[in-house]
Design a protein. Structure first.
Length: 436
């Protein structure tokens, strides 16, 4: 039966995502009420610029005092889509203190200080849902948190940033350089005017922290995630990957150690075989590959950003939280019982693709192979190609080495030693090989 008293919703932020949330709440009001069991009422919208025209929103609902809005006491659910750490953290904890549950899309805050939010939600007996914080419209966090709650997740491997996937896809499909591909992404609205958070991997690292925390039932903060961006990826790297039957993706990788006693979380460019499902993810789409003990391999795919897709995830959480309010219950909170330590990148074991500029003369390959052997890094394949120098003469060569699996610390020691060889004129690139 439908309850006549509406559930009151406060919206913090009314940008691209917030305006879509408000629009869907209005245009699908009857359907949402039927699914929840009570109508929703948009009780207030906190913004920075009140003079801006917001189509479909009653101007009387607009306020610049977000604190007063979350302190009202009659608010059932606060939807936070302003982003950043502060004032979002204070507003969310204040909302809990005054009786509201919270739906958030704030990946940065959850990765930086999720523990504070979870503790406040538990203390006050309220919900904190955040499906929209990772991978936009893709149902991912709830399956990890609920559907796979009885399973053991060992690995999460994914493309969780649409901007970087678009850039790398363009470099691969059209032969464009990094700068050209970034310019196209900016022109199409995929990249911000300042793309640092995307191209340097900060956005993906925050999502990796959230994914690892849920998958492994332990606390993983942003500082625990090893991060590398894609600004150093070159057309030569893309071409070399293609010759290996691979493509290059910026991956978020969360893994449980083989002995089960620690976890790792990292974000970096990597070559993956064209046969891997993630290799076919094009344009600005996201996809996440989950490996669980009983369920096996699962893949989640879809649009990972944008106003409407992200709003879809927010509304899904809103429906779930409102149902809990009516049933006077709460959904699952933080699960961090394993308290597993997060290992450093030095302990990660994977394969590597190393491109060296060397002197084109006898004995160079033997010297290089000796350095790898001295650091216990086994070589899988070697490809050498001579080339002309700047004066059109010989004497230079490109040497590409692909290793077997080895610890990152061993590879770092190898590269440091290679740089000291007189015959090695430069280490052109180092890239990990994943997904095999």
């Amino acid at each position: 039966m439908m309850r006549t008293r509406p559930l009151k919703v406060a919206l913090l932020g009314c940008g691209v995502v917030g305006s879509e949330v408000a629009r869907i709440m209005t245009t699908h009001a009857d359907d949402l009420a039927a699914r929840i069991g009570a109508p929703l009422e948009l009780a207030g919208v906190a913004v920075r610029r009140p003079s801006k025209v917001r189509e479909g929103i009653d101007p009387a609902l607009i306020t610049t005092d977000a604190t007063a809005l979350v302190k009202r006491g009659d608010i059932d659910v606060v939807v936070e889509v302003i982003g950043g750490v502060e004032p979002a953290r204070t507003l969310i904890t204040t909302a809990f203190e005054h009786g509201a549950s919270v739906v958030s899309a704030n990946k940065a805050l959850l990765a930086e200080d999720g523990a504070t939010l979870f503790a406040a939600a538990e203390k006050h007996g309220k919900d904190l849902y955040y499906e929209a914080a990772v991978a936009g419209a893709i149902p991912l966090l709830r399956p990890l948190r609920e559907s796979l709650a009885g399973d053991k997740v060992n690995r999460v491997l994914g493309i969780v940033n649409g901007t970087t996937n678009f850039i790398l896809d363009r470099m691969d499909s059209s032969g464009a350089g990094y700068s050209e591909a970034l310019d196209e992404a900016t022109a199409l609205g995929y990249a911000e005017a300042d793309p640092t958070a995307d191209v340097e991997g900060f956005d993906a690292a925050a999502k990796a922290a959230i994914l690892a925390g849920i998958a492994f039932h332990t606390r993983v903060r942003l500082d625990d995630v090893h991060r590398e961006g894609l600004t150093e990826v070159t057309s030569a790297d893309i071409a070399s990957a293609r010759r290996m039957g691979c493509t290059v993706k910026l991956l978020a990788i969360c893994e449980r150690a083989a002995d089960g006693k620690s976890v790792t979380a990292r974000v970096h460019p990597a070559m993956i075989p064209l046969s891997h499902p993630l290799a076919s993810v094009r344009e600005a789409y996201n996809a996440v590959f989950v490996e669980a003990e009983a369920a096996g391999q699962l893949m989640f795919y879809g649009p990972g950003a944008g106003g409407a897709p992200t709003a879809s995830a927010v509304l899904g959480d809103l429906v779930a939280v409102c149902r809990n309010r009516l049933g006077e219950s709460t959904g699952p909170g933080e699960s961090a019982y394993t308290r597993l330590p997060v290992s450093s990148m030095a302990e990660v074991v994977t394969r590597y693709h190393i491109s060296l500029d060397v002197a084109d003369k006898p004995g160079v390959l033997a010297q290089v192979a000796t350095v790898f052997a001295e650091h216990d890094v086994s070589i899988d394949t070697v490809r050498q190609q001579g080339r002309l120098d700047s004066e059109g003469l010989g004497g230079e060569a490109s040497l590409v080495v692909v290793t077997h699996r080895a610890p990152d610390a061993a590879l770092s020691g190898t590269v440091e030693a290679l740089r000291k060889l007189d015959t090695v004129r430069g280490v052109a690139s180092i890239m990990r090989v994943e997904g095999e």
